[in-house]
Design a protein around this ligand. Structure first.
Ligand SMILES: [Zn+2]
Ligand SMILES: [Zn+2]
Length: 395
């Protein structure tokens, strides 16, 4: 088995690695570059037999709509639903390629090739992130995808250590944090406690700005709010994502009834209209929320702000501005590169949140979705003697 890293060896994001065996080729991920360092993406026009996506972060799947429409795309069932959700709520268009959905832990063969895949569910800031053990007739390769061992699924790395795949000749490993020091918070439990400390004494609403797909973080916000006797509120989109993930997790199913959903207003109103354009998908979901009296309006929040925690995104700045700002807790809980100029183009809302920093009680409480040095070394030790191929690194 030969490999070629098309992208991602000296940058974080834009992962794309080609594996070649007996004249057949498989792309591991086809992500959007986060930065401008290397604008050449001509490899997307290459001839490949299939693409396999490790998880639903755009730096791993974002360029899939540029490849030949005849190339099949293998992707996890939930990852596909998460990308599909974007197509309902935003302008994202899913490509016409054939999608072949797989499940965690279930082996499959890439059709027309001799690549066999065993997908390992990993701990990451996406609810379904895979590592792949890939074999052809000759050798085995392990691709970690993005991973860490400090979140809800940390046991996966322990299990890998207990039952290491044997005879792996090549290890493609992410190295986002290889040269970075962890910040004030390491685990998701650290985050939960830090949130809770703030929520307990809040005299106004707290906003947590994070990713709608970072389920570990949403659950932290939920538990912290619950233990501080506050109510967690979110928009339809985030609640829909939680609802999708709950179909694979009883623990998440159990928290759904305790969370409130914002109805009406500029954000939720337009989301509701989008949902009603796909009634066949969202009708029952929407009915359940309303039937269970799980909705609130902006006025409900403004009238009693100290009772609530809102889990939102950068784009929720217009909602934040409707509250008294000086004692509002604005908790930033995702990669701070979006607020600086470390990405090609700051995402929508970043400038406004930067302005709100000085007007509110702004606090950064975040831990990375990626392993730090110790856990990277643990991963390497699982595959002694394997050739080490680093990707998703800054250097
Ligand atoms: Zn990721
Ligand atoms: Zn990534």
């Amino acid at each position: 088995m030969r490999y070629k890293v098309h992208r991602g060896s000296h940058e974080i994001g834009g992962n794309c690695i080609e594996l070649i065996s007996r004249g057949k080729s498989l792309l591991l991920d086809i992500g959007t570059p986060l930065s401008d360092v290397n604008p050449d993406i001509s490899y997307v026009h290459g001839k490949y037999d299939a693409v396999i996506i490790s998880h639903s972060h755009a730096d791993h799947y974002g360029l899939m709509n540029m490849i030949d429409k005849n190339i099949p795309i293998y992707i996890g069932e939930l990852s596909f639903q998460l990308i599909e959700a974007l197509s309902y709520f935003t302008n994202y268009e899913i490509p016409e390629n054939k999608f072949i959905l797989f499940k965690p832990w279930k082996d499959f063969i890439i059709e027309g090739t001799n690549f066999t895949i065993h997908p390992f569910l990993m701990d990451h800031s996406s609810p379904e992130a895979f590592a792949f053990l890939i074999s052809d007739d000759e050798e085995k390769l392990f691709y970690t995808g993005d991973f860490r061992a400090t979140g809800a699924k940390k046991i996966v790395l322990e299990n890998l250590e207990k039952h290491p795949p044997k005879d792996v000749k090549k290890l493609i490993i992410e190295g986002t944090n290889l040269n970075r020091q962890a910040g004030n918070y390491i685990t998701e439990d650290d985050i939960k406690l830090a949130f809770q400390k703030i929520f307990i004494t809040q005299t106004n609403i707290s906003f947590v700005i994070g990713s709608s797909q970072n389920i570990d973080r949403i659950i932290c916000a939920y538990k912290a709010a619950r233990d501080a006797k506050k109510t967690l509120v979110m928009d339809f989109y985030t609640y829909w994502i939680l609802n999708l993930v709950s179909q694979k997790s009883d623990a998440i199913k159990a928290v759904l009834p305790d969370i409130m959903v914002l109805r009406k207003g500029s954000i939720s109103g337009s989301q509701y209209n989008k949902m009603m354009m796909h009634k066949e998908i969202f009708d029952e979901f929407a009915r359940t929320i309303f039937r269970n009296n799980q909705t609130l309006t902006e006025e409900d929040l403004i009238n009693n702000p100290a009772a609530f925690v809102f889990y939102g995104r950068l784009t929720h700045f217009s909602l934040i501005k409707k509250f008294q700002l000086h004692d509002l807790n604005l908790i930033y809980s995702q990669w701070n590169g979006y607020l600086t100029d470390r990405v090609k183009k700051n995402p929508y809302g970043a400038d406004e949140i930067n302005t709100l920093k000085t007007q509110t009680n702004f606090i950064e409480i975040h831990t990375s979705g990626h392993a730090y040095k110790d856990d990277l070394q643990r991963m390497e030790a699982i595959f002694p003697g394997a050739e080490l191929i680093r990707v998703h690194t800054e250097f």
